[in-house]
Design a protein around this ligand. Structure first.
Ligand code: HAM
Length: 416
């Protein structure tokens, strides 16, 4: 038997119902905030991701599905959306002067990571990006949107962590201080973090290694290095969150795993997930448009892992009872009644009833069993007698009552 690729998943029956539930909530909440959907191809020229995510990130270094196509061009299956979205916004000239561009997306993404609970090689993200506003109110708008969505889904236990990486110049000052501190403690760091000192020093701050954690607990606090402009931005973000009564936890060691961020960064975590506990993350990325060849355009956004949202909802038992709501099961006696039964089903479906009809030419008894299994409220029974007399027999499966009526009266009946 040929199996699926490790770290990928087939979705069907109950699972796909959960996805539909989530997708509906996403459509509802994004439309309440005036966001419109953007779909881009699932692969891009590799350059799009090399120029945005950062050469020294895990994604670019270890996790990208990159290949040469038959024309010799280097192509990458998208590991995240922000870079593709910025490429698309620049190319299609979607920004307008004086108004924010509000976009959302949902789709598959690909990272060659070690599969485990909540970590897949093909996973799905829902995300939003608010483009063109440099102001803290746009950071707060997307955080508010995230909170409203999480609430709509029914998740009430989670942690929201927030930090500021400041602007480029304040970050530079901080990094210089951090470099001195970490180099003084180099021997106590893990090998990976020692390597990061020269490649991606900020990532040492969110290392999960106990040795690194011990060192980092005494590291200088990035929030003490924000210059006036960066501090102003972050103070307003926090003030607006307070005003909206959106709870947050300040986490000065939160740096995120992609290099394009400045100012606000944040993550959503849940203890229901185990070690891969982040179910969403994002922040501001004011330089990415220029990095990808566009004109300077401030922006902020976040993405959430759909599989992780579903895992949390399952663990917290938050999915409403999902049933396939068959209204009417048409039971018929085989080839001689097929045309008649087909016509009855057609009329009912055109009246918006969910109708199932036997396709296996089985006995009446077996069909009634199927009708029960499908949770149908009614059966319509069609035998030779019904066909010859232009009638149908309706059976209420709850009460067991049964009645025969002329088929032309079907239009007047409400199946409730
Ligand atoms: P990210 O933190 O890399 O950010 O991914 C966002 C979310 O995608 C994670 O919190 C997690 O829930 C989910 N995720 C990531 N990798 C996997 C995986 N291998 N399996 C399952 N779920 C996964 C970004 O991708 C940024 N583009 C977010 C952003 C948008 N920043 C600004 N705008």
């Amino acid at each position: 038997m040929i199996q699926n690729v490790r770290g990928t998943k087939d979705l069907f029956f109950n699972d796909i119902e959960k996805w539909h539930f989530l997708e509906e909530k996403i459509k509802k909440v994004t439309s309440l905030f005036g966001y419109s959907e953007l779909r881009t191809p699932i692969f891009e020229k590799t350059e799009v991701f090399l120029r945005s995510i950062g050469e020294n990130t895990d994604i670019v270094n270890k996790e990208m599905y990159t290949f040469l196509d038959k024309g010799g061009e280097s192509i990458t299956l998208r590991p995240e959306m922000t870079a593709s979205l910025v490429r698309s916004v620049i190319q299609n000239n979607l920004t307008q002067e004086y108004s924010a561009l509000r976009l959302w997306y949902l789709g598959p993404f690909f990272r060659y990571e070690r599969p485990q609970k909540g970590r897949l090689r093909q996973f799905h993200q829902f995300g939003v990006e608010c483009i063109s506003s440099p102001h803290p109110e746009s950071d707060v708008e997307i955080i508010q949107l995230a909170y409203q969505l999480i609430k709509e889904i029914g998740i009430d236990e989670f942690i929201f962590e927030i930090n500021s990486l400041g602007n480029e110049s304040s970050r530079k000052t901080y990094i210089e201080t951090l470099e001195i501190f970490l180099n003084e403690n180099k021997d106590k760091l893990s090998n990976e973090s020692q390597n990061r000192l020269s490649t991606n020093i900020l990532r040492v701050l969110d290392s999960k290694d106990e040795r690194d954690k011990a060192v980092v607990s005494n590291a200088p606090n990035i929030l003490n290095y924000l210059d006036d402009q960066s501090k102003y931005h972050f103070d307003i973000v926090l003030k607006l969150l307070d005003n909206l009564k959106i709870p947050y936890r300040l986490e000065p060691k939160l740096v995120r795993g992609l290099d394009y961020y400045s100012h606000t960064v944040f993550e959503f975590r849940s203890t229901a997930l185990g070690s891969q506990d982040a179910f969403g993350g994002g922040g501001r990325y004011n330089s990415l448009f220029e990095q990808l060849g566009g004109k300077p355009t401030p922006a902020v956004g976040f993405a959430m892992g759909v599989e992780r949202l579903i895992l949390i909802s399952e663990q917290l038992n938050k999915f409403p009872k999902l049933n396939n709501n068959c209204d009417i099961y048409v039971v018929h006696s085989g080839e001689s009644t097929l045309e008649y039964a087909n016509n009855i089903s057609k009329i009912l479906r055109e009246k918006n009833y969910m109708v199932l009809m036997d396709l296996q030419r089985r006995s009446f008894k077996a069909q009634f069993r199927e009708a029960d299994k499908s949770n149908a409220k009614y059966c319509i029974i069609i035998g030779e007698n019904e066909v010859n007399n232009n009638k149908i027999t309706i059976k209420n499966l709850k009460s067991g009552e049964q009645a025969e009526i002329a088929s032309n009266l079907l239009n007047t009946i409400k199946f409730e």
